[in-house]
Design a protein around this ligand. Structure first.
Ligand code: ATP
Ligand code: MG
Length: 362
């Protein structure tokens, strides 16, 4: 195990700054409890105040400053009152994803005891799956153009790009992840009945990868019925692999079915570790509740657990630290205290302290 792991801390904007201290509190408690050496490096950029002062979200040498980091622990970025969302996002987070080749976007989706589920009749255990989204190519491109613009003959073409390399590495990661889980099941999001070239091609890539993982059962679902099944039959899913666009949709839909966005974590991974991977809550900077100390820090805490698990390759102390954080989250969600999004009145700090206490006792 590396000693120490270097972690860049970028709290970002809004409630990112409020939940980050609680994420760090939990990560520190778990690392201490299980003997993992961590060194934190705080960077005061990638937020909208930096933009106001410098006209850009990050310094020119941001990549050099982050080289040598093992992970980036990221709060939330965006302050639409001063900087347009696409500017803050493209100027920070999306640069990390692309320049650091974080081609896996991993989002666990899980219903916890003590959290009211918006789906009727679902129990904890019915919703427990992982969305694995391709994070670097696919439908998100700036390739294409407009012809006969402004006339009645106007035509818009928007290309998508799917590379063999990109599909294979995404599917390999997803199948191996499925193999590591008790149910060993993978579902592919597709649309090969309508998108006639790229999606049948994706189906074939998945078939080829499935042949190399005979111990993993798999199926494919057209994206339209897949969204319905996320709502009606979430218990069918274990690992869900998807292209960039489909994964984007599914990884918002999934967490929405589990009660509050304040719980949902995410990891942007470069599994080969050529570059740092990034761990962040799914939620944004939430200007509407910022400054009140009522944001739920659990998504940030859980993202920290994913970080420890990834750093240590899911083994030994790292897996124990991850599991202890998850167990602490489970206990606090079941027994309280709770933040306002879960019907409680506790502060961000009170939740963070309660979780850290449980971790220390683990
Ligand atoms: P993004 O810009 O990241 O796509 P957004 O800015 O539209 O997202 P969020 O900032 O995630 O959205 O906020 C959406 C809603 O969820 C807001 O009403 C916000 O208050 C609430 N919310 C987000 N995060 C939390 C949290 N950690 N705890 C409680 N409520 C939250
Ligand atoms: Mg926002």
């Amino acid at each position: 195990m590396k000693n120490p792991f270097h972690i860049a801390v970028l709290a970002g904007d809004g409630i990112g700054r409020e939940v980050m201290p609680e994420g760090l509190r939990a990560v520190r408690a778990a690392a201490e409890r299980f003997g993992i050496a961590l060194e934190f490096h705080t960077f005061d950029w990638a937020h909208c105040d930096y933009y106001a002062a410098h006209g850009q979200m990050m310094p020119d040498d941001w990549k050099q400053q982050l080289t040598g980091m093992d992970a980036i622990y990221f709060g939330a970025v965006g302050w639409p009152a001063t900087v347009a969302d696409h500017v803050s996002l493209w100027g920070s987070l999306l640069k990390f994803r692309r320049e650091f080749d974080q081609y896996i976007n991993l989002r666990p989706v899980r219903l916890f005891e003590g959290v009211p589920c918006p789906l009727a009749g679902k129990q904890p255990g019915d919703i427990d799956y992982l969305v694995v989204r391709e994070n670097t190519e696919g439908e998100y491109t700036a390739l294409g153009g407009v012809m006969f613009e402004g006339t009645e003959r106007e035509i818009v073409i928007q290309e998508s790009v799917h590379s063999r390399h990109g599909a294979e590495r995404l599917l390999k990661y997803a199948f191996e992840l499925a193999r590591s889980r008790p149910r060993k099941h993978l579902s592919l999001a597709t649309k090969s009945n309508g998108i006639a070239i790229s999606m049948p091609w994706w189906d074939r890539q998945a078939e080829a990868m499935a042949a190399r993982h005979p111990d993993v059962a798999w199926d494919k679902h057209h994206i339209d019925i897949l969204t319905a099944r996320f709502v009606l039959q979430p218990e069918r899913f274990d690992v869900v692999a998807a292209t960039n666009l489909f994964g984007d949709i599914l990884s918002d839909l999934g967490p929405a079915t589990t009660g509050t966005i304040g719980l949902a974590p995410s990891a942007n991974l470069n599994p080969e570790r050529r570059f740092p991977s990034l761990f962040e809550p799914v939620h944004g900077s939430a200007p509407d509740i910022c400054g009140q100390g009522i944001a739920n820090p659990i998504a940030m805490v859980w993202s920290g657990a994913l970080m420890l698990d990834f750093l240590t390759r899911g083994q030994g102390a790292g897996r124990a630290a991850h599991d202890a954080i998850l167990a602490a989250i489970e206990t606090v969600l079941r027994e309280g205290p709770r933040t306002a999004d879960l019907g409680g009145a506790a502060s961000t700090t009170e939740i963070g302290q309660a979780i850290a206490r449980r971790i220390a006792q683990a």
